[in-house]
Design a protein around this ligand. Structure first.
Ligand SMILES: O=C(O)CCC(=O)C(=O)O
Length: 488
């Protein structure tokens, strides 16, 4: 809804009908003493938005920004529209490519107007599989109404980013060793033929990564080296959703890749034959990609018999939360992140390097609150990271037949050196009610206690948003609280 105090009229749109659809009409209304007169003005699916904002930009025209619809996904041209409430003319407003590439989510945001600028603050969404996304501050300049443009206010964004970190500027963070890179511990190796059941139990009880060398993983080790064989078994025409990037280091927070739906044969050929491709398939459930976790044996039935988990590990297949097949082109890096479930990462084809950090390093590696992916562009190359002597990096290089035990919460990033195929088996090793209830397709949804604690932090924040508490007093008490949390 928005109101024009000059013309004493307003507009209403959106809102939910009794049949749970979002209303498609734009209504105008006037208020005369105790009487509100509402008129239907226009019907258009572009008005069926929930969570949008609107404002009068002059006596006749309104600007509608964002919202979500049940019927359409708003795009670069119709996320923002202008409507003339006298003539009923609807005009789409294009968001420029640079800002659109930041995937703005205009839901749950606020707008403020000052002079000829509308500032959009906040907005974002939580996906229980991929994590959360939030907007930078956007300004919409109204100087030239024919070309209403959206500008990300990056100056404000950077300041925000810094101030988030200023309070967390711990002593550990300052321990930079500028002379030489920090020593990287090689992850311990054990030969498969020494892996007894009791040795495996010791490994998982210790909760530290270990690489099992030369595990017999069935015929997959040989057969999956052929892209023709794979295309034949998966189906040449089978459509898969891949991560496609132009830079070799994919990053989930900066989203420097896009999701593309491609035919499997085209994808597998690019992985094996195109040295310039940066493509990555992290398999999803074919049936229900948004609802269910992928299970390799169900999703790739024609490859299932090729892959064998040796006896000592085979119980994990029975207990699995999910088993994503991962196919990656050479020289492609996957961002630093953590999973809440433990997993074994079985390398079937090619060489993959992994960098790991123990869970205790999480506060030093730029993980925004509530996110399971780091902001660091490329942890293998980042100089600050690699010279920070407070960190405890681990590495390993997986070859075909190697199986890495990757314990829950260990932060990890990967980088391929050749066409690579791996298969993970994730399993939950905590009591069921420790995990958050509901969907967790990727095995990375944070535990219930953390999710609930973050809600409480919102409440604490709210309590300190009191104009009567001066900044220095606020800072003092927030530091005191932070200490308390640190030693819980
Ligand atoms: O293999 C990759 O590229 C990613 C592996 C991973 O993230 C995992 O095993 O959890």
């Amino acid at each position: 809804m928005c109101w024009n105090s000059k013309s004493k009229s307003g507009v209403i749109f959106g809102g939910i009908n009794q049949d749970e659809s979002i209303d498609r009409y734009l209504y105008t209304f006037t208020i005369d003493k105790d009487t509100v007169e509402v008129k239907k003005l226009l019907e258009n699916k572009l008005f069926a938005r929930y969570g949008s904002k609107c404002l009068f930009i002059d006596d006749e025209e309104i600007l509608i920004i964002g919202g979500t619809s049940k019927d359409i996904v708003f795009n670069q041209d119709n996320t923002i529209i202008r409507v003339n409430v006298s003539t009923g003319k609807i005009q789409q407003v294009s968001i420029n490519d640079e800002n659109w590439s930041q995937s703005p989510i205009f839901v749950g945001f606020e707008i403020f107007t000052h002079e000829n600028t509308v500032t959009c603050v906040g907005g974002g969404a939580v996906c229980f599989s991929f994590g959360s996304a939030w907007n930078p501050i956007f300004n919409i300049h109204l100087d030239d109404k024919e070309q209403v443009a959206l500008f990300a206010n990056s100056e404000v964004e950077d300041n925000q980013h810094n101030s988030n970190h200023s309070r967390k500027d711990t002593d550990r963070k300052k321990q930079q060793n500028n002379d030489s890179p920090v020593k990287i511990t090689q992850i311990p190796l054990i030969n498969f033929d020494q892996l007894t059941k009791s040795k495996w139990n010791e490994i998982i009880a210790e909760n530290k990564p270990v690489v099992i060398k030369k595990a017999p993983l069935g015929e997959s080790l040989e057969k999956w080296t052929s892209p023709e064989y794979l295309a034949d078994k998966v189906g040449k025409e089978t459509e898969v959703v891949i991560h496609s990037a132009t830079s070799s280091n994919m990053n989930f927070q900066t989203k420097n890749f896009s999701y593309k739906t491609v035919k499997f044969e085209e994808f597998i050929n690019s992985v094996f034959r195109d040295p310039n491709s940066v493509s990555y398939l992290r398999a999803l459930s074919f049936d229900s990609p948004k609802e269910k976790a992928t299970m390799f044996h169900k999703d790739f039935p024609n490859l299932a018999n090729d892959f064998v988990l040796p006896n000592v590990l085979s119980y994990i297949k029975e207990a699995q939360h999910s088993s994503p097949l991962r196919i990656t082109s050479p020289n492609s890096a996957v961002w630093l992140h953590y999973d809440v479930t433990s997993n074994i990462l079985c390398q079937v084809v090619g060489i993959k390097k992994l960098r790991l950090y123990p869970p205790s390093d999480v506060d030093l590696l730029d993980f925004p609150s509530g996110k399971s992916s780091s902001l660091i562009e490329d942890v293998f190359k980042d100089e600050d990271v690699n010279q920070n002597s407070s960190l405890s990096p681990y590495e390993c290089e997986l070859s075909p037949g190697d199986v890495l035990f990757l314990p829950r919460m260990w932060l990890h990033a990967t980088c391929t050196q050749s066409p690579s195929i791996s298969l993970n088996f994730f399993w939950k090793d905590l009591k069921d009610d420790v995990y958050s209830a509901g969907k967790d397709i990727y095995g990375n949804r944070d535990i219930r206690a953390y999710e609930n604690s973050r809600k409480m932090i919102e409440r604490i924040k709210h309590m300190f948003e009191d104009d009567n508490i001066p900044e220095d007093v606020k800072d003092f008490y927030l530091r005191r609280l932070a200490e308390e949390v640190k030693y819980l």
